[in-house]
Ligand binder design. Sequence first.
Ligand SMILES: [Zn+2]
Length: 175
Amino acid sequence: MAWLDDSRQKEIHSIVEDVRIKTAFSYPEKNIVDLANDLGVSVFEEDFPLHPSVNAMLVYADEKNNNLPTIYLKKDLPDTRKRFTLAHELGHYLLHKKDGIKFRLDDFDYSDESNNSLEETEANYFAACILVPELELRKLLRFFEDDVNVIAEYFGVSKEVIQNRIAWLQTNQTN
Ligand SMILES: [Zn+2]
């Protein structure tokens, strides 16, 4: 997995804080679809029969036509995958807007360590920060120590997401 330097991590943290303030996001009362809607992003579930490896498609807003930004999620993803994928696409939406790019197809598998793209790492980092808030995670770690399964279930994410989040937190502490 690609690595993010301190300043980029801080930028992403401040974008995550902005999102929290804008959406009054408080886990777990508000679900991630509501959060996307509060950011002006519509969310739909789709099949991608022509592109079976695609998990999601992000359509950026087209200001000329007044199109709203939209995320299409693959219908048959397991719930934890769906939540993470939606948060990941929101990361691309907020972090990787580029002139002239209208949409992106995402077949990224976050459990695949061979994926070295910086943008994918950034979107994953954003998703983990949104879905697994640091303070909440630290509290749970005190209660459940390293019982990653219980913590993953609490946050509605996979075990790998929690393991990665803990690894990032531990790295930050040594800096
Ligand atoms: Zn991606």
